[in-house]
Design a protein. Structure first.
Length: 114
């Protein structure tokens, strides 16, 4: 049993001898093989002051794998970007290049929107 007191800060004392503390942390999403994932690549410019970004949606895996994939895409496109809400944002219109790179990695890719 993990008895780390820092995870239980703010916890009220319980007299129940069968009580088991649950930290409330969500489990990391399970990784799905690239061949079984369908990613959507689209062009987005809403709420971005007219600037275009390539948006990759639908990734199913851990946050660390998402960040790693985003890092590789940004590097191969030579631009910046970010990760958030299980989506990857690549600055600029790089839909064709991103689709090609994802297909090389074994993902199923659909071009959506714009």
């Amino acid at each position: 049993m993990d008895n780390d007191w820092k995870k239980r800060l703010g916890m009220v004392y319980s007299t129940n001898p069968d009580f088991q503390f649950e930290s409330g942390e969500q489990e990391e999403r399970k990784t799905v093989a690239p061949q079984q994932q369908l990613l959507y690549v689209s062009l987005d410019k809403k709420n971005r002051k007219g600037k275009k970004v390539t948006l990759v949606e639908g990734f199913m895996g851990t946050t660390e794998e998402l960040k790693s994939l985003a890092r590789e895409l940004k590097s191969r496109c030579g631009v910046g970007g970010s990760v958030g809400d299980n989506n990857i944002l690549i600055q600029g219109d790089f839909r064709d290049r991103v689709i090609t790179l994802l297909q090389e990695k074994g993902f199923k890719v659909k071009r959506s929107g714009g």
